[in-house]
Design a protein around this ligand. Structure first.
Ligand SMILES: [Zn+2]
Length: 257
């Protein structure tokens, strides 16, 4: 008797770290156990058991054993369900998928199951593989992940006077307070950028929109810039740091896309 339980689950590879000469420490986001860390013994030598399966954002089926929830899992086998080749053949798509994976990693404590986050990743990677890239898809992913992780910003009304969002009113976003204020309640500094009601409404719409409709949404330049500023400002505030993969994505876009 080893005292270990064996489990099988579907899991996305979040990232992978070399450990010693032959082993890998792999972090997954699984449907049944949430974020999960495991060691793949001899993974670098055993092409048979682990044939290039540990690439970021691959969807896999893993079998693992562990003594208890807070112990590192032993990955016994790992098979690819979807390698997302259509994403990997496209630089921008690969960078976006890496960003999705990074966000899920940052917003997920280890061992906390959240099937909806797993489903979100599954749906958006499928969308990314099939459709053209769009700012809307990236922003709507952020909105949905924030909600599922319990950090949804208040965008449907002013957080001070509670008046619902109305056309023609300018708004300001306050990351520390987690929501928008109308022009009447906000005391904007000179450098604060106002946000249109249209931007706020688009983000609210994107939160629940059917996944098949997202490809139809094309954000204007001002809408794309405003929604980016709100969400990235907020995410950076909640995480107390910048998300590196987003920086890379934006730099590469500027240089060569
Ligand atoms: Zn107000």
């Amino acid at each position: 008797m080893t005292g270990r339980e064996t489990h099988k689950t579907k899991a996305f590879v979040l990232h992978c770290l070399n450990y010693g000469e032959a082993d890998l420490i792999v972090t997954f986001y699984s449907s049944d156990f949430g974020k999960l860390k495991g060691i793949a013994k001899g993974a670098k030598n055993s092409k048979k058991r682990f044939a290039n399966v540990f690439e970021p954002f691959s969807l896999t089926s893993i079998i693992f054993t562990r003594k208890s929830r807070d112990m590192l899992a032993f990955i016994d086998s790992c098979e690819i369900i979807d390698h997302y080749d259509a994403i990997r053949h496209d630089l921008e798509k690969t960078l976006i998928a890496s960003y999705f994976i990074d966000l899920v990693d940052h917003f997920s404590p280890e061992g906390k199951k959240n099937e909806k986050i797993f489903e979100l990743l599954n749906n958006f990677l499928t969308l990314l593989g099939q459709e053209k890239t769009s700012d809307a898809a990236v922003r709507f992913f952020e909105m949905r992940l924030l909600r599922l992780a319990g950090f949804e910003p208040t965008l449907d009304h002013c957080i001070t006077c509670k008046t619902p969002v109305a056309n023609g009113t300018a708004y300001y976003f306050y990351a520390q307070e987690g929501g928008i204020k109308c022009a009447g309640c906000a005391k904007p500094e000179r450098y604060d950028q106002s946000i249109s009601a249209g931007t706020v409404r688009t983000l609210l719409l994107g939160k629940d929109m059917d996944i098949d409709k997202i490809k139809l949404i094309n954000l204007s330049n001002s809408l794309a810039a405003e929604s980016r500023n709100i969400l990235i400002g907020f995410i950076t505030h909640v995480l107390s740091r910048e998300v590196k993969s987003l920086k890379v994505l934006e730099q590469v876009r500027k240089l060569c896309l």
